[in-house]
Design a binder for this molecule. Structure first.
Ligand code: 9D3
Length: 240
């Protein structure tokens, strides 16, 4: 997979992609992540990427020409494979795991990070395939949105995550995690639940499932509607 991220602040994204899991995915060749400075696609002396809004009003708008030229150039460079162009914007569809799975199946993503008051409308209508928001809060630009989306997508690339981890994930999807413990068994009087020390793997699995269900009901009851629940699961939720 190839991911191009178009931004006027490539520095914001240099850190996130050069650490930990994403670095490993890049080093192992699962993905190539390319930070593209939008100013490299300007032609004027001031490398101007934004301008005043027609009709007046507050703030600046990203100009269409550098964005069109950048996307056209990146598509040409990536060759015959299909490219999906994504604009990170507060007006986009809320990003979720289902969307991450869809994007992980693409060969080439071009992500455009919005800034200022927004982008010229012709970019949305004539260049962008899909608009994504990462949630209902206000960021200063799309860069951290792009970082979140890239992170969620790259960990899903085939072969990257351990098989057992992804199998586990499909089983527990739409449920919150059970509590985790490691040594010591007693830390300042806070003890690990004895069941986890019992060695009884059947009992442990049942306890963990119940904890997941309980936690989800308490904190994210909205998720339970989507979860794949057995009769035993449903009986336990009734009991709570
Ligand atoms: C103060 C400007 N706002 C007027 C109502 C609109 C606005 C434009 C651009 C608000 C924020 C931004 C910058 N944010 C993003 O580009 C962004 C974002 C976000 O703010 N929240 C969640 N997801 C995303 S993805 C891109």
């Amino acid at each position: 997979m190839k991911i191009d991220v178009i931004t006027i602040f490539p520095g914001i994204l240099e850190g996130p992609f050069k650490e930990s899991m994403i670095k490993r995915a890049v080093d192992q060749g699962f993905v190539a992540i390319n930070l593209v400075d939008l100013r490299d696609y300007t032609h004027d002396q001031h490398r101007q990427v934004d301008d005043y809004p027609y009709g007046g009003g507050y703030g600046m708008v990203l100009k269409p020409e550098p964005l069109f030229e950048a996307v056209e150039d990146l598509k040409k460079r990536s060759g015959p494979q299909q490219s999906r162009v994504i604009l990170l914007t507060p007006q986009g569809k809320r990003f979720d795991q289902q969307e991450a799975r869809k994007l992980a199946a693409e060969a080439h993503l071009i992500m455009i990070c919005g800034r200022y008051e927004g982008v010229d409308e012709r970019v949305r209508t004539g260049l962008v395939d899909e608009e994504i928001s990462i949630g209902d809060f206000v960021l200063t630009g799309g860069e951290l949105g792009a970082a979140a989306v890239v992170d969620a997508v790259v960990r899903l690339l085939p072969g990257f995550l351990a098989e057992e981890a992804s199998a586990d994930e499909s089983f527990t999807e739409h449920l919150l995690e059970y509590p985790h413990y490691t040594r010591p068994a007693d830390y300042r009087g806070m003890e690990v639940p004895p069941i986890l020390l019992s060695g009884n793997h059947g009992e442990i699995a049942r306890w963990r499932r119940k904890q997941s269900l309980k936690r989800t009901k308490e904190r994210r009851p909205d998720l339970l509607k989507k979860a794949d629940l057995s009769k035993t699961d449903q009986d336990y939720l009734e009991e709570l």
